[in-house]
Ligand binder design. Structure first.
Ligand SMILES: [Fe+2]
Length: 373
């Protein structure tokens, strides 16, 4: 090959290398631009973006590759992880398995540790109990709730335990008996209308039914979501204890008394005492609480099977069409309970006071009927 043609070949090779380098540069810039565009478009706080991710991840609780989700959202994997963390903080049950993610409509177990309340002086504790107010239902009884909290304030009760079904949720059973629809609006209504009194904290659990339907449907830890929503609206008096059940430990100097809040499932029984008895019978030795506050059944009463003080907490909702159809009575009531403990935590004195009410119609045009001030 001549000297001239060798020079030509070297120049050609140099040119190809330049072109390749240029192509790589363009590719890199395009990539950066894509990333920049994604960063500009993808806003993890946008309700539209959040809704899209929830819809994608709740479809049949099927797990999706993180990279697929990122591609579908037009975001980087880093941005998608940030988005998922933000959903977790909002109470969504985001579950990761290897490189796959999903939002799962299963119930989050309540924390195992008990909430300790030190018992000093005479070791007495007075607390309020309400259950099943089903806010957002047309059968809700805000008047009874207000009466209850007036009484709690008058008696200087500091802690009120709310044993689940604080909102009515949504399903085909109750869709025509609702005042408010949608999870955010129901929670907002609850936070707006649930009574608040200075010095009183309402500690609540969530049930598997009603508010729990949202958990099943969209994988949202509804109790946690409600507490966060309440805090955002300036209410620190609504404290979430857990899903279905939670233990409170009344701590004495030489022992403790366990009080369990429980919102069970299943239907009510012919005899009021039967369900409390069956629930307590199912506890193995050492698992039994000393006190059991039961929501769900909309029945009010007190029983003591196997030495467990069981309070059927009643409800604060009129009988619904659904209950009427099944021939189920609604016992509208709230309670104030005082317990006095021995130094080892055993119960010396148990004083349950029931405040019973009737259906709304009873108070209309009846001059002698009155709700408590
Ligand atoms: Fe209920």
């Amino acid at each position: 090959m001549s000297k001239k043609s060798l020079l030509g070949q070297a120049k050609a090779e140099e040119h190809v290398a330049d072109v390749k380098q240029l192509q790589q540069q363009v590719k890199r810039l395009e990539g950066e631009n894509d990333d920049l565009t994604a960063r500009m478009v993808f806003d993890s706080e946008s309700p539209i973006v959040r809704s899209q991710v929830i819809v994608l991840l709740t479809k049949g609780s099927k797990f999706m590759e993180l990279s697929t989700l990122a591609a579908k959202m037009g975001a980087s994997e880093r941005q998608t992880i940030d988005m998922l963390n933000s959903l977790k903080l909002s109470g969504y049950n985001v579950v990761q398995r290897g490189t796959k993610v999903a939002i799962v409509g299963e119930f989050m177990p309540s924390p195992k540790e008990t909430i300790k309340i030190p018992m000093k002086g005479r070791r007495t504790y007075t607390f309020g109990v309400v259950s099943d107010p089903h806010l957002c239902s047309k059968a809700q009884r805000l008047d009874v709730l207000e009466s209850a909290y007036n009484e709690f304030a008058r008696r200087k009760v500091k802690d009120v335990y709310l044993v689940g079904n604080y909102i009515d949720g949504e399903s085909r059973f109750n869709q025509y008996e609702l005042l408010v629809h949608g999870v955010t609006d129901q929670v907002m209504y609850f936070v707006d209308h649930y009574p608040q009194r200075a010095g009183i904290t309402t500690k609540f659990i969530a049930g598997e039914c009603h508010e729990g339907w949202y958990t099943k449907k969209i994988g949202l830890d509804i109790g946690k979501y409600t507490e966060m929503f309440a805090k955002d609206m300036g209410r620190n008096d609504l404290v979430y204890l857990g899903h279905l059940e939670r233990d409170i430990e009344l701590k004495t100097s030489k022992g403790s008394c366990i009080m369990r809040l429980f919102h069970p499932g299943g239907g009510t029984s012919y005899a009021l005492s039967y369900k409390p008895q069956k629930i307590v019978e199912a506890y193995s030795g050492g698992e039994k609480p000393h006190i059991l506050l039961l929501g769900h059944f909309h029945k009010s009463g007190y029983f003591c099977p196997r030495g467990v003080h069981v309070l059927l907490a009643g409800c604060i909702q009129d009988q619904t069409k659904f209950m009427r159809k099944l021939g189920l009575a609604a016992h509208i009531a709230f309670w104030i309970v005082t317990v006095e403990l021995a130094p080892d935590g055993s119960i010396l004195r148990w004083l349950p006071e029931e405040f019973a009410f009737y259906d709304r119609e009873f108070y209309e045009g009846n001059q002698w009927a009155t709700l408590m001030g």
